[in-house]
Design a protein around this ligand. Sequence first.
Ligand code: PMV
Length: 328
Amino acid sequence: MTGKATAISCANIAFIKYWGRRDHALRLPLNSSISMNLDAATTTTTVAFDPALAADSLTILDADTTEKAARRVFEHLDRVRDLAEITTRARVVSRNSFPMGAGIASSASAFAALTAAACAAAGLSLDERALTILARLGSGSACRSIPAGFVEWHAGESSATSFAEQIAPPEHWDLRDLIAIVQTQHKEVESSKGHERADPSPFAAARVAAAERGLPVVRRAILQRDFEALGEETEQEAIRMHAVAMTSQPSVLYWSPETVRIMHAVRAWRAEGLPAYFTIDAGANVHVLCLGADTDEIAGRLRALDGVQDVLANRPGPATRLIDAHLF
Ligand code: PMV
């Protein structure tokens, strides 16, 4: 069979994080998580199944393609081929709108777009829930990039019950995520490895319990557009996740001096009456949450800080979708 399709997906930022798994092979998380799609941080991916191809190939435009990344993509194509009952090899070309591997969840948008494009190219039409489950097998957080806006990934107890669904659409709340970029090279320990190291941390179980308590708080804060409640819980959860990473074996320290400088600055601005909160994924970059009206002020202040190379401003982003503009 021959089929070609292109999908575009947003990265997402988690308010309650996924950190640690109960099943590594199936990517079943220790706790449910909640995130927002980021409209300015996207991956576009074209997949073409072609009987003339002897092997799968992956090209990431404007970036180096590692053998490891390619292997992970080809394994994901195998999952799609199994479902579609085909053996045809594929060509995959992908482009990110942001630096890869710097803690902007490139694996989330990458595996969400790959899942949607590969399924469409293989002639499969899965519903949204099935797509989230399939994306999760490629990269856990990718399942949250399939639905639009504000999304919850239910931890579940099996592959079939570990899926993502929308809490509220993007237009529900004019929340912004300003990513202060302080590092664009590949981070030291990719999140995939970080999950495996989480278990030995003496704080791992305590964080999971705190994250479970935070879920209804964040869910309610989103539905009621309560910025303070969302920000307080999100900032606490980021510190909890990094406390687990730092106390893992071996220890993972993602923060750079610039990261800590921004954390202090955000708290100082808040003390002055400017509402902003931070969160940090598996990297040194800092995500600063604010309301639409404060975006320019906060982005300007972030840009003025030493070590901030760029600020990427995001609104709540749309769902993963198919587009006609193929990359080849
Ligand atoms: O899906 P992964 O393996 O890239 O893990 C994502 C981990 C964090 O971004 C740090 C947290 C999250 O929930 O997105």
